[in-house]
Write a protein that binds this ligand. Structure first.
Ligand SMILES: [Mg+2]
Length: 252
């Protein structure tokens, strides 16, 4: 059996939602314990989430997550922490400019105002540091309404068609679209997908960069980093699957 690189030479990066936690849920204690006591012994560990830091902290058991994981990348790495300290922060507002952004947001709101869905709630556009999140059902929906939309979306391709329309309307803004989770999609400048996080990790000359994610297919928010030549990609189906694959990979 080939020996593994030293823990300073190998990093395991994890998507959060669907990879370390069940969708929208908090990490369960046994998963956390496995990562922090077993995996962290033999590899450097980091998170690459699409959500903002607040949501990642919520799912990962508190803001202390920046001290438990050596790297924490929120919003695909546009907000970056290393060893408990912030090391980077990007802003879509500065990058794209308010005028163009507002045209885009107005168009998206107009489009959503014409959609009829099983239910509609509030917060259809959420502005984050590094991306704009667009949510046809509205982010303030309940878990049941969220599940209901996810089912409806599978059948009627609401998000997919919406994204196609936005791409056609705004071909020159340099924006890309990523459908992730159950109810929304993210809009951000090209290159600001999860591979953005690699620009930080790359500097630390790891011999192996592993990435674990559940949305690795084209259009999914793990796709680019999963396919990137700098990473070894692992497609997972659940937190249990992540643990099983880690046991094999790291001989745990
Ligand atoms: Mg995921």
């Amino acid at each position: 059996m080939a020996s593994l690189p030293k823990r300073e030479e190998i990093i395991c990066l994890f998507d959060v939602d669907g990879t370390l936690t069940m969708p929208r849920n908090k990490i369960i204690p046994t998963t956390e314990e496995f990562l922090l006591t077993k995996v962290k012994q033999v590899a450097t560990i980091g998170l690459v989430g699409g959500s903002d830091f607040k949501k990642i902290a919520e799912q990962m058991g508190g803001a202390d997550v920046i001290n438990k994981f050596e790297y924490v990348f929120a919003e695909n790495g546009l907000v970056a922490y290393k060893n408990g300290h912030m090391i980077g922060k990007m802003s879509i507002q500065e990058h794209v400019g308010e005028e163009k952004l507002q045209k885009f947001i107005n168009y998206a709101l107009g489009y959503m105002s014409k959609l009829t869905l099983p239910v509609k709630r509030g917060t259809f556009i959420e502005f984050r540091d590094g991306l704009v999140n667009v949510c046809p059902v509205g982010r303030s929906c309940s878990q049941a309404e969220r599940d209901q939309f996810a089912e409806y979306d599978k059948e009627h391709r609401i998000r997919e068609n919406f994204v196609k329309e936005l791409q056609a309307q705004f071909p020159d803004l340099g924006l890309v679209f990523s459908i992730g989770g159950q109810i929304s999609f993210d809009v951000f400048p090209k290159g600001w997908d999860k591979t953005f996080a690699l620009s930080f990790v790359e500097k630390d000359s790891f011999k192996e960069i592993h990435f674990f994610g559940d949305k690795t297919a084209p259009g999914g928010n793990d796709h680019e980093i999963y396919e990137d030549s700098r990473t070894i990609g692992h497609k997972v189906t659940s937190p249990e699957d992540t643990i099983a694959q880690l046991k094999t990979l790291l001989h745990l």
